[in-house]
Design a binder for this molecule. Structure first.
Ligand SMILES: Nc1ncnc2c1ncn2[C@@H]1O[C@H](COP(=O)(O)OP(=O)(O)OP(=O)(O)O)[C@@H](O)[C@H]1O
Ligand SMILES: [Mg+2]
Length: 425
């Protein structure tokens, strides 16, 4: 079993070229045993590109399409790839299109060069089925396939080795649950108490996660054996099958289920149901479709359920960056790097200005009103009556859009002008 001390978590990313920006380093903070990484930045700043290329790196030494055998570091990996293109094209008569494909792969890999806290060495290649790796794209599909029969568990174990298995896992999660229920019945027949308690623990952990997401302490996960169906029984009486969940719930559940299944398969392999597997999970926009409240919960939930997984995420959400501990938050637009101690627990308006570079904490509409008031103050400074009328006009015109603070400030200014007007009379 791999421990977090042995696992090659990412410790820095050298960005040669992510299309939008070139030539800079993203150094992850020295949290032990690893730091999560949250990438922010304006649209088109290269967040998804960086995740995609990390995925290419990891896929290049694991998975069915692996073409490298455990290179020590990315620079060596790229060099190895270059030399294998050379030797293969001369020795095995690689045709032009294969050489072109390899060259494209190489130039993609060269865009981002990750380094790891311990050498990658053979860990990824020799322990393919015992490590967690998943790449959840921004446009992830959260559709769950219907189930008509029980399938072999080896189908799932084989998928663990596959570098692009995330979509399969998400589609197949009802199948996985059905299989688990059926095997549970066999365990009951055989009175296998250990396995029964293991699968009970799995369903109970899953139910707890569902309860927290749906904010329903009495939610239960119900299996209908007649048609191999599962539904969530809510305390208000609603019964939700996975295919009728709203976009937000399915998006979040798809991440959770993918990881739950991988962890469960690995625990079974190592025969230790308390083992927390190590790994790296890339999530592009974990906030997709989520209400602010769930945006705050998504990463804390994932990091507490899967404590040995390094999450590398791209986000536009202040709620996401304020919610995570032990993380480096790097903004690609400004190249500014922050650590959780600087972002966790900060007010969202503060983060919007300091990290997301908004001019101030007000909306554009509020900005417009403030500009009108400032203009009146600048031009009618010595004419209290006109100033009062002008401020009153702004107040009346915008009263529906004024925040309580702006309302009070404007009322105060009007009262001041009134007082000056009376003093002059
Ligand atoms: N294969 C490619 N060839 C050429 N340009 C590309 C390629 N992939 C991405 N780009 C460009 O790289 C830039 C960064 O794109 P990317 O999708 O990484 O941005 P992002 O930070 O994820 O943006 P968003 O917040 O909108 O998702 C964009 O200008 C994009 O058009
Ligand atoms: Mg993107």
């Amino acid at each position: 079993m791999i421990t977090p001390e042995e696992f090659p978590y990412i410790k820095s990313l050298y960005v040669n070229d992510c299309y939008a920006y070139k030539d800079f380093n993203i150094e992850l903070h020295d949290y032990k045993p690893f730091s999560h990484l949250i990438l922010t930045g304006k649209n088109g700043s290269g967040k998804s590109t960086i995740l995609r290329i990390i995925n290419n790196h990891i896929s290049s030494w694991r998975g069915k399409t692996a073409f490298l055998n455990g290179a020590i570091d990315p620079i060596q990996q790229v060099a190895e790839l270059k030399s294998s293109i050379k030797s293969r094209s001369s020795k095995q008569g690689m045709n032009d299109s294969t050489v072109r494909t390899w060259k494209t792969k190489l130039s993609e890999l060269e865009r981002i060069l990750p380094t790891y806290v311990v050498p990658v060495d053979t860990i990824w290649t020799q322990n393919k089925t015992q490590l967690i790796y998943s790449h959840l794209k921004a446009k992830r599909n959260s559709e769950v396939s219907p189930v008509s029969t029980v399938t072999k568990e080896t189908d799932f174990t084989n998928e663990l080795q596959n570098s692009d298995s995330t979509e399969t896992f998400i589609k197949q999660f009802k199948q996985y649950l059905v299989n688990k229920k059926v095997y549970q019945a066999f365990d009951q027949l055989e009175n296998d108490k250990t396995r029964l308690s293991e699968s009970e623990a799995f369903f109970s952990k899953l139910t707890t996660a569902f309860r927290s997401i749906f904010e329903d302490e009495n939610l239960s996960l119900v299996f209908v054996r007649e048609n191999f169906e599962f539904f969530l029984q809510l305390s208000d009486g609603r019964q939700l099958t996975f295919d009728v969940l709203s976009e937000g719930f399915s998006a979040l559940l798809s991440i959770l289920m993918d990881l739950f299944m991988r962890v469960d398969l690995i625990r079974k392999q190592v025969n230790d149901y308390s083992y927390n597997p190590c790994g790296i999970v890339l999530i592009d926009e974990p906030e997709t479709h989520l209400h602010l409240q769930l945006q705050e919960q998504v990463l804390p939930l994932l990091t507490s359920l899967f404590p040995n997984i390094q999450f590398i995420a791209a986000t536009h959400s202040p709620a996401v960056i304020a919610s995570i501990k032990n993380a480096t938050i790097f903004d690609l637009t400004t190249k500014e790097s922050r650590i959780s101690e600087e972002t966790a627990g900060r007010s969202y308006s503060d983060l919007m200005m300091s990290h997301f570079e908004l001019n101030n904490e007000y909306s554009d509409i509020a900005d417009g009103i403030i500009a009108q008031v400032n203009n009146v103050l600048a031009t009618l400074g010595d004419k209290p009556t006109e100033m009062k009328d002008a401020l009153q006009a702004i107040y009346d015109e915008n009263s529906d859009y004024l925040s309580p603070t702006l309302k009070v400030e404007l009322e105060l200014l009007i009262a001041q002008q009134e007082a000056q007007q009376t003093a002059h009379q």
